[in-house]
Design a protein around this ligand. Structure first.
Ligand SMILES: [Zn+2]
Length: 341
């Protein structure tokens, strides 16, 4: 059995920088036609120069592979109309990480709905720039995503023409909310379709499955699966694949995030086949994203261009490598039943 995917896209990806970029960028570029590249470097990608320079480094790392890195910048309140007009020619979207995820707990709602932030949202809405949000509060870990729902509702109502992507949704509440407003969309990762909190902390702690947002309850995973496996046009694949060296994961204060990009299509094929939905995989890994981001294969606008690329997957055993460079991938060493031809 085989399935051929046209121009698969990863709409949420971390490529990091320097040596790590050299290791992981070619792996994504091999299996995907394009990816939305997150801006959370140290220091973050904030200006048009940062975007241009980071894109150059990515293109160098992928060494001529037919792959479009869709660039993003870090949201901040100082983004002026002029900045945004200029950035609109270089980026596909703007990524907002609420400060309170890691820093002070008070005033988080004030931050995201401040007058200055609203001014930026208004300008983005008028310039058709898409907003991506890592949406968690700083509450009890299992409630962080759920408790962000009222803020999303406010944003969706106040800026009805602003396209808002709810990043890596993990709860049944998010799965419901995305369908409630026309301007809300969502990315879903591979690992949140596979794991629950039990996989992370069942008998022994599994650091390679520790991620943010943390994997949730079985009913949450079921709700995500239902959305992904159907032809629901509001959701798309975004791996949130992020590489950390083995020693940073297998340690006290283990870093969050899971590395999935080189094995994502194989594992998605396995999951969709198991659920008798293989015919919907094309929509989840490409067509929905194309519609949501108004991407095109005609090559007219480079920023929105989807490179023509076909990836054929075959039902044939594949043993996931123990490591890619120093990075341990999702399901390392396991035998799965789909491989890339
Ligand atoms: Zn991410």
């Amino acid at each position: 059995m085989q399935i051929t995917l046209n121009s698969p896209l990863d709409m949420h990806l971390h490529l990091r920088d320097n040596e790590m970029l050299e290791v992981v960028a070619p792996l994504s570029a091999k299996n995907f036609a394009g990816a939305v590249v997150m801006p959370n470097l140290v220091p973050p990608v904030k200006t048009i120069e940062d975007v241009r320079n980071y894109k150059k480094r990515i293109l160098k790392a992928i060494n001529g592979e037919n792959f479009n890195p869709y660039m993003t910048v870090f949201f901040h309140e100082e983004l002026t109309r002029e900045n945004l007009e200029e950035l609109a020619w270089e980026i596909l979207s703007i990524k907002l990480y609420p400060d309170w995820i890691t820093t002070n707990s008070e005033g988080w709602a004030k931050d995201i709905l401040s007058d200055k932030a609203k001014e930026v949202f208004k300008n983005m809405e008028e310039l058709w720039i898409i907003l991506n949000i890592h949406w968690e509060t700083n509450d009890f870990v299992l409630d962080r995503e759920k408790n962000f729902v009222p803020i999303y509702e406010k944003l969706a109502q106040e800026f009805p023409k602003l396209k808002i992507i709810m990043e890596h949704i993990t709860t049944k509440e998010s799965a419901e909310l995305v369908q409630k407003y026309d301007n809300l969309y969502a990315t879903i990762t591979l690992h949140h379709l596979y794991i629950t909190l039990n996989d992370v902390a069942w008998w022994m702690l599994e650091p390679h499955l520790f991620c943010k947002p943390i994997a949730k309850r079985p009913e949450d995973r079921e709700a995500l699966l239902k959305l992904a496996l159907s032809w629901n046009p509001k959701v798309m694949f975004g791996s949130d694949s992020a590489p950390h060296p083995q020693n940073a994961k297998e340690s006290a204060h283990c870093s969050a995030w899971v590395f999935t990009s080189p094995v994502a299509l194989q594992l998605l094929a396995e999951l969709f086949e198991k659920n008798n939905s293989l015919e919907n995989l094309q929509k989840f890994v490409s067509d929905n994203a194309k519609n949501i981001y108004s991407l095109s294969t005609d090559g007219f606008n480079h920023l929105k261009n989807i490179p023509q690329k076909t990836i054929t997957l075959e039902k044939k055993d594949f043993i996931i490598p123990e490591k890619y460079g120093e990075v341990v991938p999702f399901k390392a060493g396991e035998k799965i039943s789909w491989s890339v031809v």
